[in-house]
Design a protein around this ligand. Structure first.
Ligand code: APR
Length: 247
């Protein structure tokens, strides 16, 4: 059954004027990065409070200890998987215009994608909570927590969106614009639980996009906006789509 739907999806992408991908934690699971919800979900074992901005400001040391453990100790050597790589090749062959990602793992860029909007920020950057100075993570020694600003000694935070923090204005604006321009919109590996990110595929649908969804199980989109549901792992579906597009 998937083979018919895979051919339909590849034909849609081939004929599309403006294809956009929207990715969540599920696309990075096969790179060894656990998702947030469901099987092995991070929130099953870690209290999300450590990533709440009020808690971070009150207890930066405790917050940083957990953030280092759940993100920095694992993400630095994470590698893109086949799904990230096929999306990178699709961009090079102009089969895709941009990627909107909820992920902070930088794996789309590591796989060669250039037009990536990071709705929830990136672990690769730290920002000073006092003066706003920005640092690449390579400048910080995370053996001494919390890391501090070289300029004003303020506490540095990962440039990721904490709970109760707004989405970066640039990424939010361009993500909704991309969704409105898309005639084909590919959703890969997201539960669609977090706003305003979860509204972006709905915006694409409202503006006439055909929705292709890849997930190992149905999400909140599957029986509402999805047109072609590929119940597959991201790497399996993207491998077949890559073959059908002769990448
Ligand atoms: N291939 C495809 N999909 C997968 C795979 C896989 N190998 N493994 C898991 N999935 C799917 C799950 O079925 C689920 O629908 O990926 C999704 C992961 O859901 P979440 O863990 O909720 O991740 P996401 O939707 O990206 O979360 C959004 O929530 O906590 C915040 O900021 C965090 O960016 C995150 C946001």
């Amino acid at each position: 059954m998937n083979s018919v739907k895979l051919k339909q999806a590849a034909n849609l992408i081939r004929k599309a004027k403006y294809t956009v991908a929207f990715t969540g934690a599920g696309i990075s699971v096969e790179s060894g990065i656990p998702p947030f919800r469901g099987e092995n979900g991070l929130w099953n074992t870690t209290d999300p409070i450590f990533l709440e901005i009020g808690f971070f400001k009150k207890k930066p040391f405790q917050s940083w200890q957990k953030i280092k453990e759940i993100f920095y100790d694992s993400l630095s050597d994470a590698k893109p998987n086949l799904a990230h790589e096929v999306l990178g090749k699709m961009e090079k062959r102009s089969f895709i215009e941009s990627i909107i990602t909820q992920n902070i793992d930088h794996l789309h860029q590591k796989a060669g994608s250039q037009y990536v909007y990071e709705l929830h920020g990136t672990y690769k950057q730290l920002v000073c909570t006092e003066c706003g100075s920005e640092y690449d993570i390579s400048f910080a020694d995370l053996n001494y927590l919390p890391p501090t600003c070289y300029i004003c000694k303020g506490i540095l935070k990962p440039d990721i969106v904490f709970f109760n923090e707004p989405i970066p204005a640039f990424a939010k604006k361009h993500s909704f614009e991309e969704a409105e321009k898309a005639d084909v919109f590919i959703i890969i590996g997201t539960n669609a639980e977090v706003l305003p990110a979860a509204d972006i595929p709905v915006k694409a649908k409202e503006h006439g996009a055909t929705i292709i969804e890849i997930n190992i199980k149905p999400s909140h989109y599957t029986n509402t906006i999805t047109d072609i549901f590929l119940k597959m792992k991201a790497t399996e579906a993207m491998k077949e789509i890559g073959k059908l597009l002769y990448l």
